[in-house]
Structures are given as C-alpha cells and as structure tokens.
Design a protein around this ligand. Sequence first.
Ligand code: SF4
Length: 326
Amino acid sequence: MGMRDLTKRDSKRDFRRSLLAWYDAHRRELPWRESSDSYRVWLSEIMLQQTRVAAVISHYREFLRRFPTVEKLARARETSVLTAWSGLGYYRRARMLHAAAKVVVRDHRGKFPSTSEGLRSLPGIGRYTAAAIASIAFGEPVAVVDGNVERVLQRASGKLLSREKLWASANDLLDRNRPGDFNQAMMELGAIVCTPRAPACLTCPVVGHCATRGELNGIAKAEPQKKREIHYALDYRGGKVFLVQRERSVSLMPGMWELPELVGANGDHTPLFTLRHAITVTNYTVKIQRVAAAHGVRGKWVAAERLARLPLTGLARKILRKADLL
Ligand code: SF4
C-alpha cells in the first residue's frame, strides 16, 4: 500500500509529523495543558478517567485551588477531598488519589516517580495512567492506549488489533522526541476527528496513512467475507411445498426444515428469484429455481398453511416469504 503502510519507516515519520502539526495548530485549550507539572498532570488524568472533559474542566481549577500541592492534598482530611471531588462521581478515584498523595509525600519526599513503572506502584494508577503521566510530565517515550487511541489505530491500520498489538503499535508509532504531545494528539484525534460514528476523514491530518477512511466494520474486517452462490429448488404443487430436514447430527441448525439444495448441473436453470443472505463470514447469493428436487432426495410435502408452525431455517423462511407462501 506504499504511503499508507504504517509498518514502513517513512510512513511512520510522516504520520507523526502530520499528526503533531495538526495538534500544534488545533489542540484544545485545556487548563491542564498549561503546565507539565506532575501533580497537575496526575490530577487531570485521574479526573479524566471516567468523566467527560467538560465536567473535568469545571472541577479541576477548584480542586487545585483547595489543594495546590501534593503535600496539601496528603494532609487533607478525607471528607474535604471527597467534598472537592463531588460532582465528578466514582468516588473510589478520590480515595485512591488521596492515598497516592500520602505515598508520594511519605515515600518519595513529595516527588512523583518519574517513570511509568515507578508511577504504577501508586494507588489508582494503571498502565494507561502511568504512561500518560510519564510521557506528559516527564517526557518518557511510552505510548498510551485508551479508547480513542484504540479506534484511531484500528482504523489507520485497517485491522482489528489485539490488546497487546495495540500497545505495541502505539509504541512503534510514538514520536520519541515529543511523546507527551504525541499521546495527547492521538487521543485528541480520536476525540474530535476520528469519532466513533461518522469520523471526519476529510479534515483528518493522517488520512493519507489511513487504510479505512471511515468506520471500521468489525466483522467485515476481522475476517474477509467469503462469497458463495447457492441454489435451491422450490417445488410447489397443489398447495404444498417440498421440504427437507437437516440431519440431526449437523452442528448448524440440526433438525430444521429447508428447501432442497440443487447441486451441479441442476443449478443451471434461470432462477425464479435471487436473494442475498449472510451467515457469519459468508455472503451467499441464493438462487431459487422452480424445479423438482433432485431424484432420490428424501423430504416431505408440507401444506403452505402449516409452514409457519414448522421449525424452518432463517433462509428457508426468507425464501418462502419472498415466494408468498409464508
Ligand atoms: S482518515 Fe478517518 S478513519 Fe482514518 S484515522 Fe482519519 S478520521 Fe479516522
């Protein structure tokens, strides 16, 4: 795919350059972006964990006014921390925040550990939060993967990547000179351009590197759809239809009733009608012919009015409906 192949070194360099140029020009002004002080970065990351940006904006400054340093936070009573947190929800985060502040003051002399590994030893800090703080506050070249980054990576690569592959490919793409900005740019792109529904690909800075350019349809891309043509005989006489029963031993829809399939030369007649049917990864073109089942096929004649009470396969139902028999 040339330009678009994100495994190529030049492509990765272009991707970073385009993304960061876009971020520099269009990034949202957010209060926690005014400083890369670790206490402030940490606070914003914890607040943003389960809360929308708009709600965090209104609480962040007030919280900082009350607890301007990690020491002040560590010394505060739990009730006042919870009060300052009120409105943000998920109070467990506030308790963890308080506990982490105490650890930082007691065990680290008021300084946050400067690596993602060190940060993970603090209460309430998992893999994502540790990488976010380490890259934004300390410039450690570690990538983050959150829901937004995951979506961008899946779409850009055109693949549904496993959790580990996501982290690996984020780290592979990361701009090692500006890791914090790169991470924020990826998250920002996912939040405002590469949105879950109707991504704004026309304004996307990395559209030239994107294999999807739109919503990635999970099933379709996970496994390429196979195409198959299949023929069925619709034998209808004297108010009755000839149906066959699926073997009880088959794994798919055992014992259910369907129209007899036509194989080989039997399928060469002009179809009565054609319809499409998808089963898991196969798209079927189904052709229905007004012929008798092949000689020797065992089945039974079912009166049209009894069809509704028979356990029919989904496809048989569809065909009989289309033929106005159901
Ligand atoms: S081109 Fe569209 S789908 Fe691809 S990354 Fe950009 S916004 Fe997302």
